[in-house]
Design a binder for this molecule. Sequence first.
Ligand SMILES: *[C@@H]1O[C@H](CO)[C@@H](O)[C@H](O)[C@H]1NC(C)=O
Ligand SMILES: *[C@@H]1O[C@H](CO)[C@@H](O)[C@H](O)[C@H]1NC(C)=O
Ligand SMILES: *[C@@H]1O[C@H](CO)[C@@H](O)[C@H](O)[C@H]1NC(C)=O
Ligand SMILES: *[C@@H]1O[C@H](CO)[C@@H](O)[C@H](O)[C@H]1NC(C)=O
Ligand SMILES: *[C@@H]1O[C@H](CO)[C@@H](O)[C@H](O)[C@H]1NC(C)=O
Ligand SMILES: *[C@@H]1O[C@H](CO)[C@@H](O)[C@H](O)[C@H]1NC(C)=O
Ligand SMILES: *[C@@H]1O[C@H](CO)[C@@H](O)[C@H](O)[C@H]1NC(C)=O
Length: 427
Amino acid sequence: MLFSPAIGILLSSLLTSSTVFALPSQDATTYYAGLQSALSSQALTHFWNALTVANGTESERALVEKLYSDDEFTIYVPVNAAWESSNLTEPSATGDLVSLLSYHIVHATLNSSTDIAPSRRHTIAFTELRSPTVDLPGDQTQVMVLQTAEDPATGESVQGDVLIRGDSWNASSIGEQFVYENLYIQPIDKPSPLIKTLSQTGLALLANMGATAYVNFTSALGLHDRLSTCHGCTLFVPVDRAFEEAGSNGTLNSTSGEDRTAIILNHILNGTVEYSPAFSTASPYITAAGTPLLYLTGEGGKTFVSVGKYRAGIVRANIPVSNGVVHLIDTLMISTIYNVDRAEEAAESASREAEERTTTPNVIGITATFTSRPESTPTVTTTQTPLTTVNPSGAGAGSAGYRAVELSFDGGVKMGLMVFAFGAMWL
Ligand SMILES: *[C@@H]1O[C@H](CO)[C@@H](O)[C@H](O)[C@H]1NC(C)=O
Ligand SMILES: *[C@@H]1O[C@H](CO)[C@@H](O)[C@H](O)[C@H]1NC(C)=O
Ligand SMILES: *[C@@H]1O[C@H](CO)[C@@H](O)[C@H](O)[C@H]1NC(C)=O
Ligand SMILES: *[C@@H]1O[C@H](CO)[C@@H](O)[C@H](O)[C@H]1NC(C)=O
Ligand SMILES: *[C@@H]1O[C@H](CO)[C@@H](O)[C@H](O)[C@H]1NC(C)=O
Ligand SMILES: *[C@@H]1O[C@H](CO)[C@@H](O)[C@H](O)[C@H]1NC(C)=O
Ligand SMILES: *[C@@H]1O[C@H](CO)[C@@H](O)[C@H](O)[C@H]1NC(C)=O
């Protein structure tokens, strides 16, 4: 490195002294002994056991050591019964164990009663799970998708009860969250199955989720490799019903293979992993086919994406996959326009932005920001700068919040106008 030894020593002593100053306990031994007894007193001993196993190998120790710091974390700790029923009471010190533990740790404080989105909305928490387990741009980590549980009878949010959403599973909070030093600890009912999910391809996952037609369609086009190697992508995946409709009204029948590839690529953001609380209505995204994709919100919390003259409702948002995120939609958007240059430019600018990003939010969509919902309707900006990277700006968690902008659709008129404006701009 370019540091001279003297500067290196100066830096490290500065870092050490400032860190030590704010550390939670007087020393690490006291801190970890306290953590052990805090977990034991809540009958969370198997989790402690897993931590010590992970700590037992030098290469995997960093995760455990990270906790003793002046930063704050939220840990979702599976209860003892959960480790027992998953046969994980005697884990071995492998990368898998560390991946599993990493996915339960969030580098932020999340109060289960006040910070988690109400039912049917999501709080996105960036966990400590990084590559090589996940293939996301820059230093982006895999996310945990959280929401408040709902009362099965009334559908109302049950404050304080948290659901962790997976593809075909949910984990639930059990009992009260408690605090130990710099840690918020929330017991949950199972170790997240996400690690297992991530070991399948995203396509196998989709086949389980009512999107078999998409898998068949992309397979017939030879797109599977391209989709599974897409590095940090947002995939809008039409459910089977959407393909049925497009088939039965004949709109798909006359399309060529080339057209169909363009259609699929128009449902993908290449190099940008965009979760629903961070979606922006302010300016369009550019798809992997180089055309503009708009995000829109309607009444009753409904959300849509639009390409060309088509508009699709998002039926299920934020399904994490190893190389990005999937949002299920109800309509196949049959836009066959493919602008290769525009697509490459967008992918390049997205990956450049991801690599250069120095701060990433730890949480997006926390309840606190819900109160400051924006009042304006989305404005159509006509900036010429790359538009794929409409992430919440560097301000961090606070700047995200829900995009609860109401947009009333007067028939298709407003949409038609917007599409026309973008069409003229881009195509
Ligand atoms: C982790 O391992 C190191 C090295 O063996 C040891 O000094 C430390 O006490 C361990 N920490 C915990 C929490 O077990
Ligand atoms: C755990 O192990 C028992 C006995 O080996 C087996 O019967 C059970 O199916 C296993 N459970 C899981 C979830 O793997
Ligand atoms: C979470 O917020 C509630 C309500 O403000 C408060 O009573 C509770 O102590 C907080 N929990 C933690 C872990 O700080
Ligand atoms: C997970 O929770 C959501 C929201 O309550 C519910 O709609 C869904 O059916 C649940 N999924 C599973 C597999 O239990
Ligand atoms: C997908 O392909 C499989 C195998 O060819 C077939 O059994 C299945 O019905 C197809 N699914 C849809 C929704 O087209
Ligand atoms: C389109 O093709 C599908 C099957 O390939 C067929 O079932 C449907 O009737 C066709 N629709 C029209 C309008 O030709
Ligand atoms: C994403 O962009 C890269 C670089 O242009 C390209 O190699 C890759 O095929 C693109 N992926 C998709 C799904 O279009």
